[in-house]
Design a protein. Structure first.
Length: 432
């Protein structure tokens, strides 16, 4: 039965009440649902774990949850085939048990694998790609209810389109992933003056396997994070240290944000204080345990992928915009890096990339600050993250992607009638 409140995302600020919410358990079930919806003239969307911040999932038609399609189907050396609804944290544990890992991850592991690849979810690493680059093969159910498999040799254009697909090509049911031997990371977190970080940005990005940093609006102290491969044995945080870090990262930050929401005039001073309170960390552990963090503080987010050579300029301009217009933003900006890849709609398509994320605490006004940030980053050639808040349309997005027409051609092959086209898809991609 559909809950009274319908479906909502992780933050809770995007909701819908679909005509039907179902949980298929097999590919045959998905085929039946798509054909049934098509016959009734209904659209179909797929919900993962709700970690898209925008309206990508919303529909008044049929909403499929793949939570029952969550198995590891096979492991053949480094080739791992999984059902699309498996959450990343479950996949990471299964891979680790088999001595394998994904080469890179973001800092949240609650997403399903299908949701992560559909939106171009990524971690950080100047020589590394987003999660969808590990995809060898995609199986999906098209708008006519046909089951197809695409890979680089059988259908290169279909494969490059399906790797970042926005849910606009079909219902992804299984994914084959290219994995690597499990590895340990030495993670070092420390605070540095922002001016020093921006001046040495290339050395920091190129000199570490994974580098990122956080900076609060109104503050000039950056919290840097470097993760590098090591053959040393794990030296994880103690239980006490893990608890202290959890308190600082969730409970203390949440308390500060709630106070700032009630008294926004304190945000500049509170942000400077929070930047100084952020402690350091030094540990060695399995890659997925270093990459991923627990996030209980609720927020919404916008993110743009700018050409890497514009990274320092982009960070400064975002901070200056927030300060000059006195926007109430009590959460830090996150800055990460990625290598260029060849997926048609990857935000890092064909260029070295810097990803800049701006967060807003739940219940606080985000439209005006996000619009101002978008204007700055779009002007610098930025492409929005498909799963985060942005105001771009197909008219403004098409010039940003050299392979836009190739993606649209693939979309016409797999969903010519727009079975998977909700308002978000129509706004961002246009009609098929």
């Amino acid at each position: 039965m559909l809950p009274v409140e319908g479906w909502r995302n992780w933050t809770g600020d995007e909701r819908c009440r679909p005509a039907r919410l179902t949980e298929p358990a097999s590919v045959d079930d998905v085929v039946a649902e798509v054909r049934r919806a098509r016959g009734a003239g209904q659209t179909v969307r797929v919900a993962g774990s709700g970690h898209s911040f925008n309206d990508a999932v919303l529909t008044d038609g049929v909403l499929l949850s793949l939570k029952r399609m969550n198995r590891v189907l096979s492991m053949d050396d480094d080739d791992v085939r999984v059902e699309a609804g498996i959450p990343l944290h479950v996949l990471n544990a299964a891979l680790d048990d088999a001595g394998l890992a994904l080469p890179n991850l973001g800092d949240i592991d609650r997403q399903t694998i299908a949701g992560a690849i559909a939106t171009g979810t990524h971690g950080t690493g100047a020589r590394l790609f987003n999660i969808s680059a590990a995809v060898r093969e995609v199986e999906m159910v098209t708008g006519t209810g046909e089951v197809v498999r695409v890979d680089e040799s059988s259908d290169a254009d279909g494969w490059r389109a399906a790797r970042v697909n926005l849910g606009a090509l079909g219902v992804v049911t299984t994914v084959s992933l290219r994995c690597v031997p499990a590895f340990n990371l030495h993670g070092v977190d420390r605070s540095l003056p922002l001016d020093d970080v921006l001046a040495g940005l290339d050395d920091l990005a190129d000199g570490n396997d994974h580098f990122e940093f956080y900076v609060f609006p109104y503050a000039r102290l950056a919290y840097t994070r470097t993760n590098n491969r090591t053959d040393d044995p794990p030296r994880p945080r103690s239980r006490l240290r893990s608890r202290v870090d959890d308190i600082a990262g969730n409970e203390l930050m949440s308390m500060l944000a709630r106070t700032a929401r009630r008294f926004p005039e304190i945000i500049p001073a509170a942000n400077r204080l929070a930047a100084r309170l952020w402690g350091g960390s030094n540990r060695i552990d399995r890659s997925h345990r270093v990459f991923c963090s627990t996030r209980r503080l609720r927020f919404t987010e916008t993110e743009y992928a700018v050409p890497r050579e514009r990274a320092a300029e982009a960070v400064e301009r975002v901070l200056q915009t927030i300060k000059a217009r006195r926007f109430d933003v009590p959460l830090p900006i996150e800055v990460r890096f990625a290598a260029g890849d060849d997926a048609f709609l990857s935000p890092a398509h064909d260029r070295a990339t810097c990803h800049i994320s701006v967060h807003q605490f739940e219940g606080m006004e985000w439209r005006r600050p996000f619009a101002a940030v978008e204007e700055v980053l779009y002007e610098l050639g930025g492409r929005p993250h498909w799963g985060k808040r942005h105001s771009q349309t197909h008219d403004t997005l098409a010039p940003l992607y050299p392979e836009w027409s190739a993606f649209q051609a693939a979309r016409r092959r797999f969903d010519a009638d727009g079975v998977f086209a909700n308002d978000y898809v129509l706004r961002t991609l246009g009609a098929p």
